[in-house]
Design a protein around this ligand. Sequence first.
Ligand SMILES: NC(=O)C1=CN([C@@H]2O[C@H](COP(=O)(O)OP(=O)(O)OC[C@H]3O[C@@H](n4cnc5c(N)ncnc54)[C@H](O)[C@@H]3O)[C@@H](O)[C@H]2O)[C@@H](O)CC1
Ligand SMILES: [K+]
Length: 467
Amino acid sequence: MREPITSREMGALDLNCEYFGLSRLQLMENAGKAVADEILKRFSGGKVVLFAGSGNNAGDGFVAVRFLKGFDVDVVLARDVKSELARRNLDILVKAGFSVFPWQDYDFDYADIVIDGLLGTGFRGELRRPYSDIVRAINESESFVVSIDVPSGMNADSGEYREAVKADLTVTFHRPKPGLSRSPEIAGEVVVADIGIPEEFEKLAGPGDFRLAYRRFEDGHKGSHGKVLVVGGYPYVGAPFLAAYSTYKAGADIVTLAVPESVYPQVSSFSPEIIPRKLRGDEITEKNVEEITELARKHDVVVFGMGTVDKGDVAEEISKGVEKIVLDAGGLTATPHCRSILTPHRQEFERVFGYEASEESVLVAANSIDGAVLLKGKRDIVSDGRRVKYNDTGNAGMTVGGTGDVLAGVAGALFAICDDPFHAACAAAFITGLAGDMCLEEKGYNFTALDVAEKIPYAVKKVMELK
Ligand SMILES: NC(=O)C1=CN([C@@H]2O[C@H](COP(=O)(O)OP(=O)(O)OC[C@H]3O[C@@H](n4cnc5c(N)ncnc54)[C@H](O)[C@@H]3O)[C@@H](O)[C@H]2O)[C@@H](O)CC1
Ligand SMILES: [K+]
C-alpha cells in the first residue's frame, strides 16, 4: 500500500492540482465514481441511504449515487451544504429527481447499504449534533456501511475518535490517510482509489507547498513571524543586504544583518528597516563565531554566507551553537551540526559534494545532513534525503546576479516559522521563482534581483488568495 498522506499534505496537493489545471471538481467526480465502483463490485441493487454533511466529503457522495443505476437511493442531509462543489453536485441530484431529505424529517428504518459522506479530512474536534445522532443511527443499523475517505468522526491523521461511524468498507483517495491503519476496528476493509492525480504532481512544488510553510498569526506580537539573523559580507556588500531585505519581504518580523567592519558603513546606509550589526575585523573569521552565536540567540534562524568566499569552517562552528541555519555561497562548504537548508547552484553543489548534480545526488547529499538541500537551476531540486520535489517557477531573467541571495533570505524567513526544512525550502524556491515570473510579466527579461525581492510580497499575496 502507498505511503499515507496527512490531511495538510493532501490539502496542499489538492491546491497544487487546481493550480496545475486539474480541478477539484474533476477530483470529486473521480472520487465519487470510485466509491460507486466499489459498491457495484459488491452489490447489484438494493436500498441505499447516503448520509451527507456540509463539505466535500458529502460532494463525493452526491457524485457516487449518480452512478448507482438500478439502486433505490435516499439522500439525507445532516445540515445545509456549505461547500460550493458539493452544492453543485447536490443540485444535479435535485434536478434529476433524487429523493433528498433533511435529517430531521427523515425516518431511517432500513438500508442495504449506507454511504457515509458526513465528514472527511475536514473534520475537527468532536462530533456535534445532529452528526452524533446520525452516527449512532448508522451504527445501530444492520446495513453494509461504506465510509467515504475516512469513517466520520475519526481524525484522519491521528485515527482518534470518541464516537465514529463503524465502517465495513472505507474507500479512501489517492493515498491512505494515516488514521485508517491506527483505527482498523472502525475503518473496516480499506480500498485506496486512484482519483487521477498524476504521480508527477506529488513531486512538483506549487502554491500548496508555500502554504505548508507560511503562517500568519492574527494575534501575533512583534517577532512571532520570525526573527532572522543574516550574516555575510566581504568582499561583496550587496549580497548580504539583498538577502536581509528579501527576508523582510518574505514576511519575517525582525531582520538583523551582521557584517564585518569593512563593509558596515555601506550596508548600514542601505535601508532603515534592517538592523545592522558590526562584526569585528575586515572579514568574517573564526574569531567572530562567539559574537555571531551570541547574536543568534535572539533569532530563530541564521542565514550565513552571502558575499563571502570559503567560510565553511566558520559556518560549521556557528552551526554548533544555533538551532537552524541557512547556508549559501561562502558558507556552503560547511557540514552543519544543526537543522539546515543548503542553497547551492550547480557548480557550488558539484564542488562541495563532488557529485554531478542530479535528483539522485541531491537526495544523497541531503541524506548526509539534518535538513534540506535546494539545488538552484532551471528546474530547482529540493530534497531532505527522504522526499524530493522539483520547482519550475522562475525564468531565464533570473540568471541576473543576486537572485540567489534573495532566495537565501526568503528561505531564512520561511525556515524561521516552519520547522520542516524541506517544506521551507520548497516554499522558498516556489515563491522566489513566482516573484521572478511576475517581474518577467511586468518588465520583460531585464529585471534585477532587487526587483525580484520587491515582488515577493505580491507573490505571497497571490498564493494566499488562491482557492
Ligand atoms: N483534498 C482532496 O484532494 C480531495 C478531497 N475530497 C473529499 O473532500 C473531503 C474533505 O472535504 P472538506 O475539506 O470540505 O471537509 P469535510 O467534508 O470533511 O468536512 C468539512 C465540513 O464539516 C464541518 N465540520 C468540521 N468539524 C466538524 C464537527 N466536529 N462537527 C460537525 N461539523 C464539522 C466543517 O464546518 C465543514 O463544513 C475529503 O475527505 C474527501 O472526501 C475529494 O473530493 C477528492 C479530492
Ligand atoms: K466519511
